[in-house]
Design a protein. Structure first.
Length: 328
């Protein structure tokens, strides 16, 4: 006896219900991690690699990027709970933590800048810049500027802030001023420096070298993913998944040139020289595996705090416990 139309409808409805039940649990378990990013931020290279290769899904979450205009906007979004994470430096995270915000820091990059001059400049060392004009991205309490000041004070007995003229500005402004000869030397963020060096400018000293000469550990990561303690405690599998996805993307980008071709369109590289400089600079900034050495970070903090004062530290004298999270 054939099945009636009503019976067939019931049977089909039952099949659809079974199919939905088979899919829904996996969908229900999939959580989203939203990361606030800058439109041209270098962290986008890692995050896009995570998306392109499915490292987020592989680790139990779906990654979403929320583009924001400027570092203050990312910090406000983090403070307001609009995003699950941003990338910032551990000094900001330390200030927030000391102020009662339960933020912690997962290492992302050790990349730092340096000071560059035109290729034909007579400047061979920082001491040669006395009486001249230096351009600095990031403001008077920029970490690179503070470390280079400390180095020059140790090596040459003079504070660069006292013996040079300083021009502070946004990274593109400092790049243009250096390339047009308006300033004798420039301290800029690492990815702008990479482009400047690719265009023919010469590095006098890197912040990594200066830090090493000061007895600091240049492998101490300055930038990291900011997470909430409460979120890590409530979603340990998601937090660990983000850390693992980050490590997988770094491992791929460290070894596979083809992976860089895939993200080249978002790297804002004008030519092959800039592209290769950006790629190599990013690779050099991959932090070592394992937890951050708090003592090394405290030493770096002390050097910067001595010159940066309260404008840098916000009255913080020691890095708070729980600042660094290893991702495990």
């Amino acid at each position: 006896m054939g099945m009636t139309r009503a019976g067939l409808a019931v049977r089909l409805a039952a099949c659809w219900t079974v199919a939905l039940l088979a899919v829904s649990p996996a969908q229900a378990q999939e959580a989203t991690i939203t990361i606030g990013t800058l439109e041209n931020g270098t962290v986008n290279w890692e995050l896009q690699t995570i998306l392109d290769h499915g490292f987020d899904r592989e680790n139990g979450f779906r990654l979403e990027m929320m583009p924001l205009a400027g570092n203050p906007a990312t910090q406000i979004a983090m403070q307001g709970g609009e995003v699950d994470s941003i990338v910032s430096d551990w000094l900001w995270v330390a200030q927030q933590r000391a102020g009662g915000a339960g933020f912690t820091f997962l290492p992302y990059s050790t990349a730092v800048g340096g000071l560059v001059v035109p290729a034909d400049s007579a400047v061979q060392g920082l001491g040669d810049l006395e009486g001249q004009k230096i351009g600095i991205a990031g403001g008077p309490v920029d970490k690179s500027w503070l470390i280079l000041r400390a180095w020059n004070r140790q090596e040459n007995g003079a504070d660069l802030a006292d013996v040079t003229q300083q021009v502070f500005g946004a990274p593109p402004v400092i790049q243009n001023a250096a390339e047009t000869g308006e300033i004798a030397g420039a301290i800029n963020f690492w990815h702008f420096l990479a482009k400047m060096k690719a265009g023919g400018m010469r590095e006098v000293i890197s912040v990594a070298q200066a830090a090493s000469d000061l007895g600091l550990d240049p492998s101490t990561p300055l930038l990291g993913y900011v997470l909430r303690d409460e979120w890590v405690a409530d979603h340990p599998e998601l937090a660990a998944g983000l850390a693992q996805a980050s490590r997988q993307a770094k491992a791929l980008l460290a070894s596979d040139d083809a992976a860089w071709e895939a993200i080249r369109p978002i790297m804002n590289a004008a030519n092959d020289a800039e592209f290769e400089a950006l790629r190599d600079g990013w690779r050099a900034g991959i932090p070592p595996a394992g937890p951050v050495d708090r003592d090394n970070a405290q030493k770096m903090f002390a050097v910067m705090a001595e010159l940066g004062g309260d404008d840098l530290t916000g009255d913080l004298t020691e890095l708070p416990e729980g600042l660094f999270w290893s991702g495990e």
